[in-house]
Design a protein around this ligand. Structure first.
Ligand SMILES: NC(=O)c1ccc[n+]([C@@H]2O[C@H](COP(=O)([O-])OP(=O)(O)OC[C@H]3O[C@@H](n4cnc5c(N)ncnc54)[C@H](OP(=O)(O)O)[C@@H]3O)[C@@H](O)[C@H]2O)c1
Length: 268
């Protein structure tokens, strides 16, 4: 059977999508082919998942209906110029952080449609959230295809491209901010006198358990926060410090700085 999905790049994100597609029975390994710059990562992925390694660009893209662009954003400028013609009439889905639809249209001018996506690292375990936008309104069939692809990484939503810089800051950068928060909490536990391993365990389980509680109850974070707080109690004493030190303003500035930087970086 000829493949219908072609991956340009076979790194971490491509691997997560391919493994998710196969695990969820969205498509069979025979329907997927991939290449990579040196061939090493694509060959390894093919060996592990049963997909086809196809280093020849014409043979890779010829039978494909869908082309997933999964190399690093900086590789776009030096990518094989034949891609412009070889993607004619195909649905091109870009994973490249910070590459706008207008820029993608220069490299893939004859694609039947272009989709720009912004995933995040929890995608590696199928727990990601990906925002995407399309160059032209998606047909029902193409929207279904995009949903099947991104569903392999977790949840997904379609947004206007004007929101993608903020998405880059909030959900793509978000894991880093949460990990920094987690590390700070662990350090704070040590400062309060806990052994490092105990503080680590308490911190990680607190973050995980709280996230699960948030997801399962569907309550607002404020409501769940208030369930922990009693007037003049211990948590209240801690929250007062967070307020005095402007925790929310700090996070707002964090996200706004990341949004501005995403805008600057996507202006090429
Ligand atoms: N990881 C994430 O959670 C995440 C989140 C948001 C967005 N993204 C985006 O996803 C994309 C991929 O990220 P990643 O973390 O998966 O990268 P990665 O693990 O570094 O993999 C990059 C892949 O691209 C290949 N490659 C490089 N130049 C190429 C070319 N000209 N043609 C074909 N393949 C080429 C590499 O091949 P070799 O191994 O042979 O060198 C490798 O297979 C990036 O654009 C990134 O912005 C990733």
């Amino acid at each position: 059977m000829a493949h219908t999905i072609a991956f340009l790049g076979s790194g971490r994100l491509a691997s997560a999508i391919i493994r998710g597609l196969i695990a969820k029975n969205v498509c069979a390994p025979a329907e997927i082919a991939a290449t990579s710059k040196t061939g090493t990562s694509a060959q390894a992925l093919a060996h592990e998942t049963g997909i086809t390694f196809e280093p020849d660009l014409v043979r890779l893209l010829g039978p494909a209906e869908i082309v997933i662009v999964a190399f690093k954003p900086q590789s776009l400028a030096t990518a094989d110029p034949r891609l412009a013609e070889l993607t004619t009439g195909k649905l091109v889905v870009s994973l490249l952080a910070g590459k706008r639809l207008a820029r993608l249209a220069q490299s893939f001018p004859s694609a039947r449609n272009l989709v720009r996506t912004m995933p995040n690292t929890p995608a590696a375990i199928g727990a990601g959230i990906t925002a995407y936008c399309a160059n032209q309104p998606l047909t029902d069939a193409d929207r279904q295809t995009v949903g099947a692809l991104l569903g392999a990484l977790g949840q997904f939503l379609e947004l206007d491209e004007k929101h993608l810089d903020a998405v880059t800051a909030l959900s793509a950068g978000g894991p880093a901010f949460l990990f920094e928060f987690t590390a700070a909490l662990r350090e704070a536990g040590i400062a309060a006198g806990l052994p490092a391993d105990v503080s680590e365990r308490l911190t990680v389980e607190t973050v995980l358990g709280s996230a699960r509680l948030l997801a399962r109850t569907g309550s607002s974070p404020e409501a769940l926060r208030d369930q922990v707080v009693s007037p003049n109690g211990t948590t209240s004493a801690g929250l007062q410090v967070m307020e005095t030190r402007q925790f929310r303003a700090t996070l707002r500035d964090t996200i706004l700085a990341a949004t501005r930087r995403a805008d600057e970086l996507s202006r090429d």
